[in-house]
Design a protein around this ligand. Structure first.
Ligand SMILES: Nc1ncnc2c1ncn2[C@@H]1O[C@H](COP(=O)(O)OP(=O)(O)OP(=O)(O)O)[C@@H](O)[C@H]1O
Ligand SMILES: [Mg+2]
Length: 466
């Protein structure tokens, strides 16, 4: 007996020392981390502690905690009045409130809260509460993302990493000197991750946003990267009719300005090439899907850029003008066909317009574009038009939050096929007009005419199939 009591005492001592050592180790690690942290991060330590301390109170008040309906019941048997079968069962309900457990840490931009979901409190609830969380944490914005089921990351931003502008020098090494021909760099997200866009299998990209928020600049960045290969040929249709792409005309298979008839003819030519390719893709590439081999000099990726695309698709604007109406209809039909049928024959079309609503770009085109990018917009409806209905469920990503802030020029919300979240905010590198023009001149010799290539390569193929 004595022996057993000694053993228990020893066990307690060991457990006590292990607990003390664990706490001491945590404190030392915390102190070391704090000491080596940059000043910007140190500033956010008190906030992180405060958020941790008041989390239960805050989550209760924002309905992010819940009362477990399957409460444990304390059953107490008590003797009732001394008559007959005199046992009375008394039940006392104990209220059990469940809170999402959190791990809070500071970073250079604010706080990062890792959170475990609980029943009825998931991403949607956190998104809906994001405005109140931002107020309570004195953060300028709160961003919710879900890395895996059951886990959320709620980021409170006191300073937004996306406001820091950068140019080609800030992009990953080689982005503009040795770019990947079909996987261009898009920009950097708010976690500092560099995001690329794999073009394989994509037929349409929409780029929206208020004037002056960087749509054309993003396209210049893409052109800069894609221009270095014979395997990519461009068609430029500039609805502004300005000089944005003037230098790129020499590098493009075809280009035109804001004249409706020319745009219609150009789109008809691109469409005709698509039909020819569809009819002969197996003979030309050995595959039914040309992406299996990828773009080549003889079968290049055709990137058609339609800037200010409302110029060519707005039927209301030309109502009553017979000729113009005919051209607008042609532009709409050809563009829709390119997006719907162009996947296996390497046709990619990029549509830019300020507000991606049905009058500016037909929904048959817009809704079939796999990728959407949107800079600042004024209304939630404009954001929905650009990024789809799903953006309503992710208010913390909504591009309405980017307006009236000049430091958000060049920042876009994107719906990309990669990454844990359906949306991501990106800062796009700024490409100066001079740098883009120079690239256009340097790569002009890589221009080719895919329609003559096809004729030279396959004289026996029947052009009537076009
Ligand atoms: N990524 C960027 N970073 C910082 N500034 C940028 C960026 N992109 C564009 N800008 C600035 O914004 C200006 C307008 O950009 P851009 O011409 O691309 O806008 P836009 O959205 O195409 O406008 P519009 O609808 O009028 O054609 C540029 O001249 C440049 O000064
Ligand atoms: Mg523009």
């Amino acid at each position: 007996m004595r022996h057993t009591i000694d053993q228990i005492g020893l066990g307690f001592e060991i457990a006590f020392f292990v607990a003390v050592a664990y706490v001491a180790a945590r404190i030392i690690i915390g102190l070391v981390r704090f000491t080596v942290a940059p000043w910007a991060m140190k500033r956010n330590y008190p906030r992180a502690w405060w958020i941790k301390i008041q989390w239960r109170w805050l989550s209760r008040n924002l309905s992010l905690a819940y009362v477990d309906p399957h409460q444990k019941t304390k059953i107490r048997a008590a003797m009732g009045p001394a008559i007959g079968k005199n046992v009375r069962i008394e039940k006392t309900k104990r209220t059990k409130v469940r809170y999402p457990s959190v791990h809070v840490r500071a970073d250079s931009y604010g706080v990062v809260v890792k959170l475990k979901t609980i029943p009825k409190v998931g991403r949607t609830e956190l998104e809906n509460a994001s405005e109140h969380l931002a107020n309570a944490w004195r953060c300028h914005r709160v961003q919710v993302s879900q890395p895996r089921p059951g886990r959320l990351i709620v980021r409170g931003l006191r300073t937004d990493p996306l406001v820091a502008r950068f140019g080609p020098e800030g992009a990953p090494a080689g982005t503009y000197t040795h770019p990947h021909p079909f996987r261009p760099y898009l920009g950097r997200d708010e976690w500092g991750r560099d995001r690329h866009l794999d073009l394989s299998g994509i037929t349409g990209i929409t780029i929206g946003g208020l004037p002056g928020y960087g749509k054309t600049s993003l396209v210049l960045s893409l052109l800069h990267q894609l221009a270095g290969s014979y395997a990519v040929q461009f068609v430029l249709i500039d609805g502004k009719g300005g000089g944005d792409y003037a230098e790129w005309a020499a590098r493009s298979w075809m280009s035109c300005g804001d004249e409706l008839d020319q745009a219609a003819t150009t789109l008809e030519d691109v469409h005709s090439l698509m039909r020819y390719r569809l009819a002969n893709v197996v003979d030309l590439t050995g595959h039914r899907n040309a992406w299996n081999e990828g773009p080549t000099e003889d079968f290049p990726l055709i990137v058609t850029i339609v800037d200010e695309c409302h110029t060519y698709y707005d039927l209301e604007a030309v109502k009553g003008e017979k000729e113009a109406e005919k051209y607008v209809r042609t532009c709409r039909t050809m563009s829709a066909q390119l997006v719907k049928k162009g996947r296996s024959v390497l046709m990619l079309t990029i549509f830019l317009t300020q507000k991606q609503t049905g009058d500016a770009i037909p929904t048959a085109i817009r809704d079939n574009c796999g990728i959407g990018l949107c800079g600042a917009v004024k209304t939630r409806d404009a954001a929905v038009a650009a990024l789809g209905e799903a953006i309503r469920d992710y208010p913390s990503y909504c591009p309405t939050g980017l307006q009236k802030r000049p430091d958000y020029i060049g920042v876009m919300t994107a719906s990309l096929p990669t990454g844990a979240d359906p949306f991501v905010r990106l800062r796009v590198p700024e490409i100066s007009e001079a740098a883009a023009d120079q690239r256009a001149r340097e790569t002009a010799h890589l221009r080719s005419d895919p329609s003559t290539i096809r004729a030279a390569l396959t004289p026996d193929l029947d052009p009537a199939g076009v």
